[in-house]
Design a protein around this ligand. Structure first.
Ligand code: HEM
Length: 769
């Protein structure tokens, strides 16, 4: 309390406030301490703020602590002010803690004065990685410099000589042993660190020793301990200022010595620890320089190679914008909607051009005439699937979508015939679709004309069609397995088209860790588990004579190829669900946006079909409706770049040489929006599919299912679904924008991804009955 006597409290209010503060602190500390007491080592009861200070001899605290250990045992707690300290006493406790619990008790407590001394650097008062590395370095260097070896012995013996000489100078008279002995030991460490000893009369050396000594002394002083306990309050004390000044001057002296050593450094010669450190740093700098230098050289070589390589091939390969090394034409591409950039580029480079996605060369085919010629007339040459790293993750070479060779051919043939047997274009499928229509209408009716998101119910409906063809039965919309299967398939398609996955496709060895790839891997794993469970159930209930669906047919014919069955099922589900659902959602959205067209469809349906259920045979009598569905598919442009192909052999196409294995993008957008094929390519215009008499006309450039060898194998089923779902829904409901949104405000911007569904939106379905 003597400390506070000097303070001049100006008013009794201040005194009162201080007293209240102390009281609160006291109560808090009592509460706090008594709460913890149960678990912590015992010890004398501390006072608030002061802790056990009044019980401790601050000049020789180790004495008091030794006394206290007799009362409280070998592990006890004392409070130095508000700082709680656990004291370990006696050989057994100290050894057990420091050796057996080396890690737990192995950190340095860096008190405020130690912080002043070392600022977190060095070895004595530091922790963490930097401390670990420096300790290791110091130990190794001390060893190299002969700790325990001849070299050190010689140094010590040499120093002994000097010390004896100084002592002899006193000629047997009394003298203070402190200085000469301090100088001698300081010189041993100096010669290890700096590579040479100092003369005992050297003023720099004398000051260094003096300051080090003083710093150690005052660091243990009572006032510095007070500063350690209350650094905010006692930062100003004299002894701390002495320490700060000493540190500053020591740093200056050491830096000067290091500077001198640096100037005289010889790479092959380590005179002391400082030299070793400097040489190590230099080596690290050289290493860093080498890494940077080699990277630059590598990039330069890549660039030159790419220039030479490109200019060599340029002669007869398709033209294209100049690529950058490694990045290719990435910087020119809108990675979220690459098909848009590709359409723009085709205006400059023509209908067959080359582009680099990173280091992957891609030949783009644009415009109806070129795409058709390549995929139909050169069906073999352009008919392989390019399996990018993410597609490989998805199918692992099995199934139909992302596979090649004999296995693909056989599975495609099997799927096509089975889909046909199961009524693609026939009554069986029609009945299934109409049954599903009933469930879909029921779900939509439950919204009672209020706005709802069309995505889920429509996706469930299309997923159920493919499910009932594949498994032989539909799922309830509430079935959690089914809901998860739909959700995962959707997510996988979405993230597969994301910019980060494109980056992974370009540099798989670099970006294997990206989150979206992990999402795909997880989804694939879970989808495989679900499908295998469903297949197992079908296997257990299989009856040889009865094919309930594609899985049964497969199991009867090929018992062993389970991986191929699993991935074929997964492919049909993924390829058949979202594409069809997205197209249907575009149809309803366009109807809400263009109500006069919707009314015309409804009028035709009422006139031709009336109120009975629509069937496939009605299509030929519904030309306007058919034209609207076709125009929806054209404008929706669900697979804008189709799926990636690759050349199965070297091919010369339209005068250009394209090497075997080159990635090929058939740019379906450029076909569906081809300005030389369509009267108004960018607007929703059902007349594109109507003649002057209002009869439906086929258009060759209508190619949403692509063409040739890899053409969509679900075209027939998709068309039937679109027709039956669309007409049944328009018969039953009028689709309108949600309240407060005009038709003009309905957004036709597609979502970002591999396929282009409409952006998330709500519609109202007002019952017409
Ligand atoms: C409106 C709906 C659909 C559209 C727009 C569509 C479009 C496409 C496109 C553009 C391709 C890539 C063709 C190529 O590589 O050049 C494709 C392939 C494929 N589609 Fe569809 N599809 C639809 C519905 C379906 C359905 C319902 C099924 C299931 C029965 C299906 C199964 C497949 C399969 C298995 C392939 C891969 C063919 C192969 O690589 O050999 N698709 N589809």
């Amino acid at each position: 309390m003597a400390l506070f006597v000097d303070f001049n409290f100006s008013s009794s209010t201040t005194v009162l406030a201080a007293a209240v503060l102390l009281l609160v602190l006291y109560l808090l500390s009592v509460n706090y301490i008594s709460k913890e007491r149960g678990k912590e080592p015992p010890g004398p009861r501390p006072l608030p703020l002061l802790g056990n200070l009044l019980q401790i001899d601050l000049k020789r605290p180790y004495k008091t602590l030794h006394e206290l250990s007799k009362t409280y045992g070998s592990v006890f707690t004392v409070y130095l002010g508000t700082n709680k300290v656990v004291v370990l006493a006696g050989y057994k406790a100290v050894r057990e803690a420091l050796v057996n619990y080396a890690v737990e008790f192995g950190e340095r407590n860096v008190s405020p004065i130690f912080k002043d001394l070392n600022r977190g650097h060095g070895i004595l008062f530091a922790n963490g990685e930097s401390w670990k590395e420096l300790r290791r370095f110091a130990l190794a260097t001390l060893k190299d410099f002969g700790m325990g070896k001849r070299l050190t012995q010689d140094k010590i013996l040499e120093e002994c000589g000097y010390l004896i000489q100084v002592i002899e100078d006193h000629k047997g008279n009394a003298f203070d042993t402190a200085l000469p002995i301090n100088y001698a030991t300081a010189n041993i460490i100096s010669s290890i660190v700096f590579g040479s000893r100092f003369d005992y009369g050297d003023p720099v050396f004398k000051n260094m020793v003096k300051r080090a000594n003083q710093t150690i002394c005052v660091s243990g002083s009572a006032s510095v301990q007070l500063f350690n306990m209350f650094p905010r309050l006692f930062g100003w004390i004299k002894n701390r200022q002495v320490v700060l000044k000493n540190v500053e001057m020591a740093v200056r002296d050491i830096k000067n010595l290091i500077k001198h050593l640096k100037e005289t450094l010889e790479p092959g010669l380590c005179r002391g620890l400082v030299d070793c450190f400097l040489i190590r740093k230099q080596k690290e700098e050289v290493r860093l320089f080498l890494v940077v230098f080699l990277t630059v050289v590598f990039l330069l070589v890549l660039y030159l190679v790419s220039i030479i390589f490109i200019s060599k091939e340029k002669g007869n390969e398709p033209p294209g914008p100049r690529p950058l090394p490694l990045l290719g034409n990435l910087l020119q591409l809108d990675l979220n909607r690459p098909h848009k950039t590709l359409c723009e580029l085709s205006k400059e480079y023509g209908s067959v051009f080359t582009l680099y996605f990173g280091t992957n060369k891609v030949v783009v085919l644009a415009g109806y005439e070129t795409v058709r010629e390549a995929l139909v007339n050169y069906a073999e040459e352009f008919g392989e699937r390019n399996i990018s790293p993410i597609l490989n993750d998805i199918n692992r070479g099995h199934g139909i979508l992302f596979a090649n060779g004999e296995s693909w051919k056989e599975l495609r043939r099997f799927a096509l015939t089975t889909l046909k047997d199961f009524g693609m274009g026939k009554r069986l499928s029609q009945d299934k679709i109409l049954e599903e229509c009933g469930y879909l209408i029921q779900v939509i009716e439950e919204h009672k004309g209020n706005a709802f998101d069309t995505a889920l119910p429509i996706t469930y409906a299309t997923a159920n069609i493919i499910s009932s063809i594949v498994y032989g039965s539909r799922f309830d919309y509430g079935d959690p397995v089914f809901k998860n299967m739909v959700k995962r398939a959707n997510q996988t398609i979405c993230v597969s088209g994301s910019a980060s996955v494109q980056l992974f496709n370009m540099f798989p060895w670099l970006f294997g860790w990206i989150k979206n790839r992990q999402v795909v891997l997880k989804n694939v794993e879970m989808a495989v588990t679900d499908i295998k469970n469903l297949i197992n159930h079908l296997k257990e209930t299989l009856e040889p004579g009865l094919c309930r669906g594609l899985v049964d047919c497969f199991l009867i014919v090929k018992q062993k190829e389970e991986e191929n069955l699993t991935f074929t099922v997964s492919n049909l589900f993924a390829a058949g669900t979202d594409t069809t659902a997205a197209t249907l959602r575009w149809g309803l959205l366009l109807m809400a946006k263009y109500p006069h067209i919707q009314e015309q469809v409804h009028e035709e349906l009422s006139r031709v079909v009336g109120s009975r259920q629509v069937c496939v045979d009605d299509r030929k009598n519904l030309p306007y409706t058919d034209a609207v569905i076709h125009e929806t598919q054209r404008l929706a442009n669900i697979a804008p770049m189709s799926l990636p192909h690759q050349t199965s052999q070297d091919v010369t196409f339209k005068g250009y040489f394209i090497k075997k294995g080159t990635i090929v993008f058939p740019l379906l957008t450029s076909v569906l929006y081809d300005e030389s094929e369509w009267e108004s390519p960018h607007t929703f215009n059902p007349s594109h599919f109507l003649d002057k008499k209002g009869q439906f006309v086929r258009r060759d450039a209508f190619m949403p299912f692509s063409a040739g060898r890899r053409m969509c194998l679900g075209e027939g089923l998709a068309k039937m679904e679109l027709f039956l779902f669309f007409t049944s829904l328009i018969q039953r409901f009028r689709f309108t924008p949600p309240p407060g949104i005009t038709e003009d405000e309905l957004d036709l911007t597609p979502a970002v991804g591999f396929t282009t569904p409409p952006s998330s939106h709500m519609l109202c379905a007002v019952s017409r009955q």
